[in-house]
Design a protein around this ligand. Structure first.
Ligand SMILES: *[C@@H]1O[C@H](CO)[C@@H](O)[C@H](O)[C@H]1NC(C)=O
Ligand SMILES: *[C@@H]1O[C@H](CO)[C@@H](O)[C@H](O)[C@H]1NC(C)=O
Ligand SMILES: *[C@@H]1O[C@H](CO)[C@@H](O)[C@H](O)[C@H]1NC(C)=O
Length: 504
């Protein structure tokens, strides 16, 4: 079938020239018939996409729904998209001046879960550089949902962090003793601020030796910052913020176990945890009692501003994490065979193991870190959700394919890091489009046939992590809301930290 393609295209190319001369009506009719046949041929070839080498003359356009999915080529399922020779580039330009920082200090309270803290800390490195300050090792959030008592050095390799950035920012473990009681300027820096904003903030040095940053998340703009500042953010996140040796070593062990089991694996970030469902108000498929429990949690969480949420509208809008069952249908439709090894990167699944039954019936080789490491090895992590999330992060970065069920901080950070490392395959579900299809399945308007699979595959053709520049704000949105709709810098550090090989 493939062989017919070349000659046919050549014939088409010569057709127009041929038709421009005077021809008998019979010849023209012949060509019309030929063109018609050819377009049907192209249509069938594209729709089938995978039907190779099948010399079946009985091609029917009303083909019966097939009971199972078509066989998808291995390369298509597992190979990374072409990186077009792009590489990481984080070296400073020749204009870059290392800040000496000295007797002025920035202390930081980093808020949020693991990845919000990681990206926030990287931004604070940049802010300390801009403001010519010495950065004190940030304090980590102990009060968020995660209730993790870990300090910086439990999660990160502190010495490596300090040393890696020594050409950029001076970093110290603690404030000098004599400054501990000195009054600090406590600042809630404005979200998504420009470099101009932080230069202005340097006025604070006139009256203070220490600025305390109350929150570190999203304090720096995604776009329109000097190239050297953007690259510094990448050096901080991708080079300096290495996990602590115990985490790195267990993470590597988990990856090795997975590789030994099957050679390759999908990391599925299943963000189907209580806090996420309560926060987004997504109760699809849950019992009334569960929905009520989530509502109460949302009601009682002060810093979640939106209380009244219509779950149906959330879901239709594509704002809900996909359920474990939906992820099963999705991966099956993409073409992954039931034998696929899937590592579930996740905290506690809401509803427990029972909620995974449908996903497990599609993909029996579903594994969790608890299955790959011993109780003893995991003991130190059990009480520390952030450290546990760090293990998931490592396994997700190293996976052949990463698939997040929701576009939260972890999904964005992992996607960006995978882009940075060479556009490793990340399949981002089109939640809005998928939910529409799932509902059609539910109503009997669709069946899980090859044509359903085609629809899903078509929908995700351009959502596999291939290189593209970071997206700007949605059109028509003004003011600060604009920043909220921009793609996050750390979700896609291209072009600043990813360059064509020539530019390196
Ligand atoms: C094509 O269809 C005819 C009649 O249905 C059948 O006899 C024949 O075997 C089919 N050919 C192939 C290659 O399937
Ligand atoms: C940075 O701060 C030190 C003092 O703490 C000062 O000597 C130096 O000139 C400053 N550098 C810049 C670029 O402002
Ligand atoms: C939620 O939204 C759906 C769709 O717009 C609507 O049919 C339903 O009545 C709403 N539910 C509530 C409780 O308002």
């Amino acid at each position: 079938m493939v062989n017919h393609r070349g000659p046919s295209l050549m014939r088409i190319a010569s057709t127009s020239k041929f038709l421009s001369r005077k021809q008998s009506p019979r010849t023209i009719a012949l060509y019309v018939v030929f063109l018609f046949t050819f377009s049907i041929f192209v249509f069938v070839f594209n729709a089938g996409n995978i039907v190779e080498d099948q010399h079946n003359p009985n091609v029917s356009h009303e083909s019966q729904p097939q009971p199972q999915f078509l066989q998808i080529a291995d390369e298509e399922l597992w190979d990374a998209p072409s990186g077009h020779g792009l590489r990481p580039c984080v070296k400073p330009t020749s204009r870059y001046k290392a800040a000496q920082g000295s007797n002025r200090y920035l202390t930081v309270k980093s808020n949020g879960g693991l990845n919000q803290m990681r990206t926030g800390i990287s931004d604070m490195v940049a802010v300390a550089h801009i403001m010519n300050a010495t950065l004190v090792i940030p304090q980590l959030d102990k009060r968020s949902f995660w209730q993790d008592s870990s300090v910086f050095s439990d999660i990160f390799d502190e010495l490596h962090f300090i040393k890696t950035l020594q050409g950029d920012v001076k970093i110290v473990r603690e404030l000098p003793k004599q400054l501990e009681l000195v009054p600090r300027a406590r600042k809630h820096f404005t979200s998504w601020s420009s470099i101009g904003y932080y230069k202005e903030m340097m006025q604070l040095w006139n009256n203070h030796r220490i600025i305390h940053v109350v929150k570190s998340d999203s304090r720096l703009a995604n776009n329109d910052l000097p190239l050297d500042i953007q690259r510094l953010r990448c050096r901080a996140l991708y080079h300096a913020l290495r996990f602590s040796p115990p985490i790195e070593s267990l993470g590597k062990k988990l990856v090795d176990h997975l590789r030994m089991q099957s050679g390759r694996y999908i990391a599925l970030h299943l963000r189907y945890e209580k806090d996420m469902l309560a926060f987004t108000g997504c109760t699809y498929g849950l019992t009334d009692a569960e929905s009520e429990e989530l509502r109460i949690m949302r009601e009682n969480t002060k810093h979640w501003k939106v209380k009244d949420i219509n779950s149906t509208e959330q879901r239709i809008g594509g704002f809900c994490p996909l359920t474990p069952k939906e992820m099963g249908i999705f991966l099956q439709a993409i073409g992954y065979p039931p034998s696929t090894l899937i590592y579930v990167a996740s905290g506690e699944i809401y509803g427990g193991d029972a909620r995974l039954s449908e996903l497990r019936s599609c993909f029996p080789n579903l594994v969790f870190k608890e299955k790959l490491a011993t109780k003893e090895e995991l003991k130190a992590f059990a009480q520390h959700p952030s450290q546990s999330a760090a293990l998931d992060y490592i396994v997700s970065i190293e996976s052949d394919v990463f698939v997040p069920s929701y576009s939260g901080n972890m999904a964005r950070a992992v996607e960006g890091h995978r882009r940075f490392l060479g556009h490793r395959k990340t399949i981002t579900p089109d939640r809005k489009g998928l939910v529409r299809l799932f509902d059609e399945l539910e109503n009997g308007q669709q069946r899980e046939t090859s044509s359903f699979s085609d629809l899903v595959r078509q929908m995700h053709k351009n959502r596999q992590g291939a290189p593209r520049k970071r997206k700007g704000a949605s059109p028509g949105i003004k003011g600060k809301e604009r920043f909220r709709t921009e793609e996050s810098f750390y979700e896609n550090p291209y072009p600043e930290c990813i360059c064509s090989s020539k530019a390196v």
